[in-house]
Design a protein around this ligand. Structure first.
Ligand code: NAD
Length: 364
C-alpha cells in the first residue's frame, strides 16, 4: 500500500505529516512511503533523511496519487482533482459541509483527526492533545518575550525582582502545559477552569487553583466543558475581572468543542490590568477568550499587549511534526489491516473520524 506525504500548501504551515524516523518505521512494516520533494524542509527534515530511512522522494503529482495521502492541513479544494479517485486521505481539519461535499465528489475516503474520540485506546493517535501541548508551551514563551519583565524572582546586587504572576484560563491540555512551562520559568502560577475535576491536576503542577462557586454542572460525560448559563457566565466575568488585575501574564486557552470560544476577559477587564502585562489568547482561532483579541496579530490597549496567535504548533515544527507523525502512524496502524483499509464503522475511532466514503458524506 502506497502512502504519500505532500508538502503542506498553506503559507503559515511548517509541519510535515511524517518525519523520516516514522517514514522508516512504516517502510519496515510493509508500507511503500513517498514524500514530496522538500515536504520536510521547513520542519528541518531534509529529503536525504527520508531516502536514508527507506522512503522515496518524488513530485507532487505522484504523491497525491498514493493510496493514502497523509497531511497536516486539509487539501486545497482546487487541488482535489489531482488526488486519486477512490483513494484515502488523513488530515487534521475542521470539516465544513461544502468541503465534505467536494471530498465525497472525488470519492475520497477522508478521515478528520479533529474528530478523534478522546478515549483511552485512541490516546496514541490524539493529535488534538499533541499539538495543544506544543501550543501551550509556546504561548508562555511568546508571553515571556512580550512582557517587559523577567519571570523568576531574582535577588541581585541591583535589587530584588519579584516573580511574575501568571494566570492560566482553561486547564485542558494546552493550559496544563502552559502552567508547567510558566513554573519552569519561575513564575507564580494561578489557574482557573469551570471543570472542578482539573483542580488536582493544576495543583500537582505547583499552581494555585482559583475557586469560584459554580452551581451548575459544567462538564459533559466525555470530560469536556459545557457552555455556561448566562447568569453563571456573568458571575465568571466579574470573578475573572478581579483575577486579571493581579496578573502580569494571562494565558487564555478556554474552549468548548464545536462552539465559539467563551469570552472570559472583557474590554473593561483589560482596562483594569497593569500596563506592561500581556495576554496570549490561544483561543484566537475560535474567536478568542478576550473581547479585544484580533486573531493573527498583536495589539496594545492601555499598555496591555494582547496576542492572538494562530497555528502556534506550526512555529515549533520539528517537535510538532514528530508528535503528529507518531500519532498518524498509530492511526494508520488502526485503519489499515493486511495492506487494506479496514472500514469497520462499528469501531468508534473509525466511525467518528471517517467523514466521507464511497461518494457519501458521513458527517453533517
Ligand atoms: P479544550 O481545548 O476543549 O478546552 C480547554 C479548557 O477550557 C478545558 O479544560 C475546559 O474545561 C476549559 N473551559 C471551557 N469553558 C470555560 C470557561 N467558560 N471558563 C474557564 N474554562 C473553560 O480541552 P482539551 O484540552 O481538548 O481537553 C478536554 C478534556 O479532554 C479534558 O478533560 C482532558 O483531560 C480530556 N482529554 C482526554 C483524553 C483521553 O482520555 N484520551 C485525551 C486528551 C484530553
Amino acid at each position: 500500500m502506497r502512502v504519500g506525504v505532500p508538502k503542506e500548501a498553506a503559507a503559515n504551515e511548517r509541519r510535515v505529516a511524517l518525519t523520516p524516523d516514522i517514514a522508516g518505521r512504516l517502510t519496515k512494516s510493509g508500507f511503500d512511503v513517498t514524500i514530496e520533494r522538500g515536504a520536510g524542509t521547513a520542519a528541518f527534515f531534509p529529503d536525504e533523511a527520508y531516502t536514508a530511512a527507506g522512503a522515496t522522494v518524488s513530485d507532487r503529482q505522484t504523491v497525491l496519487q498514493s493510496d493514502i495521502v497523509l497531511q497536516v492541513q486539509a487539501p486545497l479544494a482546487a487541488e482535489l482533482p489531482r488526488y486519486r479517485e477512490g483513494g484515502a486521505l488523513v488530515a487534521f481539519f475542521q470539516p465544513t459541509a461544502d468541503f465534505l461535499r467536494q471530498l465525497a465528489q472525488r470519492k475520497l475516503t477522508a478521515f478528520s483527526l479533529v474528530l478523534l474520540p478522546r478515549i483511552t485506546r485512541a490516546q496514541p493517535m490524539d493529535v488534538l492533545s499533541s499539538q495543544a501541548t506544543v501550543a501551550g508551551y509556546k504561548a508562555v514563551l511568546l508571553a515571556a518575550s512580550a512582557a517587559g519583565r523577567l519571570l523568576p524572582m531574582l535577588v541581585t546586587a541591583a535589587g530584588t525582582l519579584p516573580a511574575a504572576r501568571v494566570l492560566v484560563l482553561g486547564a485542558g491540555v494546552a493550559g496544563l502545559q502552559a502552567i508547567a512551562t510558566a513554573r519552569r520559568l519561575g513564575a507564580i502560577v494561578f489557574a482557573f477552569d469551570v471543570r472542578p475535576a482539573v483542580k488536582e491536576q493544576v495543583q500537582s503542577l505547583g499552581a494555585s487553583f482559583l475557586e469560584m462557586a459554580i452551581e451548575e454542572h459544567a462538564e459533559t460525560a466525555g470530560g469536556y466543558a459545557k457552555e455556561l448559563s448566562e447568569e453563571t457566565h456573568r458571575k465568571e466575568l466579574a470573578f475573572l475581572a478581579a483575577a486579571v488585575k493581579d496578573a502580569d501574564i494571562v494565558i487564555a486557552t478556554a474552549a468548548i468543542p464545536g462552539k465559539k470560544a467563551p469570552v472570559l476577559i472583557t474590554a473593561a477587564a483589560v482596562q483594569g490590568m497593569k500596563p506592561g502585562s500581556v495576554i496570549v489568547d490561544l483561543a484566537a482561532e475560535t474567536g478568542g477568550n478576550c473581547e479585544l483579541t484580533e486573531p493573527g496579530t498583536e495589539i496594545v490597549r492601555n499598555g496591555v499587549s494582547i496576542l492572538g496567535p494562530l497555528n502556534l504548533a506550526s512555529t515549533l515544527p520539528l517537535h510538532a511534526s514528530q508528535m503528529y507523525a507518531k500519532n498518524l502512524s498509530a492511526f494508520l496502524g488502526h485503519i489499515v489491516q493486511d495492506g487494506r483499509l479496514r472500514l469497520d464503522f462499528e469501531d468508534q475511532i473509525i466511525r467518528d473520524t471517517c467523514v466521507t466514503h464511497a461518494g457519501e458524506v458521513r458527517k453533517s
